[in-house]
Write a protein that binds this ligand. Structure first.
Ligand code: BTN
Length: 274
């Protein structure tokens, strides 16, 4: 990855102003079970939109599809509470919106060519450096709250993660880099700022603009992919991300549209999934 530049990190460090998100409070913890779980409990107790929970470590970090998200010190683990006036079927689009915010944040804070792996992983040179978990509660057609959780491996010791995670995960800078704390702060401020702007654009009907960015940053489009569907394994070329954010895979027997799930990009020597 990148060795980091602590002088640059310190210049951009957040010793001064605190990051803000939609005018809400940023609450910091040394250790929690999961920032998504904490934010969820707060949302259920009435926390306003914009509340942000950040932790240095998580003992029960959660990933998509019921997976564990390993959250040692060195990473940036945070969740925000949203209360969007959208239909429940549009909630999935928020993970794509978040992926764009993180990709742009990493590109601005570092020289790394961050890309999006559909639906919302952020990868650098094929290694997953960020995962996003969007959860929520709704009644009928009304969304009560959304918790948008973001985990970025800023300076994580990948060698200490389980072997199956080591195979797919990357870190932005090495774990003991002296600029790590400054980079985490810089990224938190950048991602919250960008997410706030993109979220407002999404709410005002601008999803297609955001989708354009997701296509531009996509590491999946044009690649040979493999995806597990309820009726079996689908193999083909990822040809587009449609207006709803679904991935279209062109197979020998026609186009398959995936609205959620995991895809593996097939490489010459095998495949990777994050
Ligand atoms: C995935 O790729 O499987 C999603 C991982 C999401 C991890 C983040 S870390 C902050 C927040 N709290 C959690 O427990 N999960 C999310």
């Amino acid at each position: 990855m990148w060795q980091g530049d602590c002088a640059q990190g310190q210049r951009h460090g957040a010793q001064g102003s605190q990051p803000r998100f939609l005018g809400g409070k940023v609450l910091r913890f040394a250790e929690v079970d999961s920032t998504n779980a904490v934010a969820r409990r707060m949302a259920e107790a009435g926390a306003p939109e914009g509340t942000c929970v950040v932790a240095e470590t998580q003992t029960g970090g959660r990933g998509r599809m019921g997976r564990t998200w390993h959250s040692p010190p060195g990473g940036l683990w945070f969740s925000v509470v949203l209360r969007p006036a959208v239909l429940p079927r549009d909630i999935g689009k928020l993970s794509l919106v978040t992926g764009v915010a993180v990709t742009e944040g990493i590109r601005e804070a570092t020289p790394l060519p961050a890309m999006m792996k559909w639906p919302n992983d952020v990868v650098v040179q094929g290694k997953k450096v960020c995962g996003i978990l969007v959860e929520g509660r709704w009644r009928g057609e009304t969304v009560d709250y959304i918790v948008d959780g973001i985990g970025i491996n800023v300076a994580v010791d990948i060698a200490n993660l389980p072997p199956e995670v080591q195979a797919v995960a990357g870190t932005l800078i090495p774990p003991r880099n002296p600029g790590a704390a400054a980079l985490r702060e810089r990224l938190l401020a950048l991602v919250l700022g960008k997410l706030g702007l993109l979220y407002r654009r999404f709410l005002s009907g601008g999803f297609l603009d955001i989708l354009e960015k997701a296509r531009l940053y996509s590491d999946t489009l044009g690649r040979e992919v493999e995806a597990a569907c309820p009726w079996g394994l689908v193999r083909g070329t990822a040809v587009s991300i449609d207006a709803d954010g679904a991935l279209v895979i062109r197979t020998s027997s026609g186009d398959v549209r995936m609205v959620s799930g995991d895809v593996s990009v097939r490489c010459a020597g095998g495949s990777y999934s994050g």
